[in-house]
Design a protein around this ligand. Sequence first.
Ligand code: S3P
Length: 429
Amino acid sequence: MPHLQLSPVRAVRGHLLVPGDKSISHRYVLLSALADGRSTIDHLSPGADVAASLGCVEALGARVDRLGPASVHITGQGHGGLRQASGPLACLNSGTTMRLLAGIVAGLPFVSKLTGDDSLSRRPMGRIIDPLTRMGARIESQEGRAPLVIQGGPLRAVTWAPPVASAQIKSAVLLAGLSATGTTVVHEPAATRDHTERAFPLFGLRCDVQGLTVSVAGGQRASAPTGVLTVPGDPSSAAVWAAAAAALPGSSVQFPGVALNPRRLGFLTALTRLGARVTIVTDAEIGGESVGTIAVAFGDRQDTTIGPDEVPDLIDELPVLAAVAAFGRRLEVRGAGELRVKESDRITALVTGLRALGVEAEEFPDGFAIDGTVRQPRGGEADAAGDHRLVMAFTLIALGASGPTGIRGAERVAVSYPAFIADLQRLTP
Ligand code: S3P
């Protein structure tokens, strides 16, 4: 579907099992490769990003047996068992693969070359090059961008205060810290998703969390978990349908089995402030993560603002929140400059696409404003700029627009959500 054509619908209704969480899947894959023994992972994210992580660990010598589209055995031989890949480690479009893997290969005694597609090759890598270099890795880059050539080796612990709140930076440093001498400490400027910290104990690894400070002792060996690791549903995938329910009168959707990590649920607070009716029911703790059901129904139309303090908890959902606002609300987002260095420049590309679909949208250096009270989106043609989250946002506009909508580059949604169109059809019979 290079060019997706969509017609408006009345409402979205029903329940759905969303794909496995992308962030958690990456961590389980990478830690399985570092561990001694065979790990079994179920409900793994079926997206191209996690496939990139699988391909990289395979290239480094871990054995990957694909049991089905969302189920794998990964057999690692411990840190010491990984070996130099015969070619580049292709991270494709996946920033999480590149940054977390860089943390791992920084501690391995050989050269690794990490490559990305055009989008990933434009994204800033200085943020991980700096701490990893300080720890003792030698890294060549294209002025702070991929490809990265990393000569790994013995590392020493570092105390690092990342300049931006980023789970990828934190995780890269913690993973490198596992093979360093001494205790590595990360002081975060604001709390970010803590899936790495929650995954460590599953692999017999310890880390200590005190507020915004995370420490990991070097020289720890990871071991494969005894039971099956089941990845909970991805709240960022549920978010698009939750946002559609908030936007379209008469809608009501439910998602069982979703990860309820508080650092991922900021979008639900924002949807509530935009007028939606939101219910969260926690069912279980699985692999250190709370899992349960999210239900969202259309409620009302209200205006809101989102400020810098909230941004880390809903960074990936800002495009779909913008799309909700396009239906009768005003939304202003500030302190979200990080959006400019995602898979696309998500401020410019979002505002450009929304305008093309008839939405009143304004761009700021660090955010955007949407005024959905001026008119209903009319549809038209929008370019997703190679960014899966923008495909999702423009789809949402298409569902409630007055005319048909075409989305260029819609195939990119497969980065996190290959069954996106099938699931859309399930909710809009
Ligand atoms: C991710 C962290 C976030 C997020 C990305 C996934 C992760 O990026 O936007 O989609 O899995 O750690 P940053 O760490 O760059 O904020």
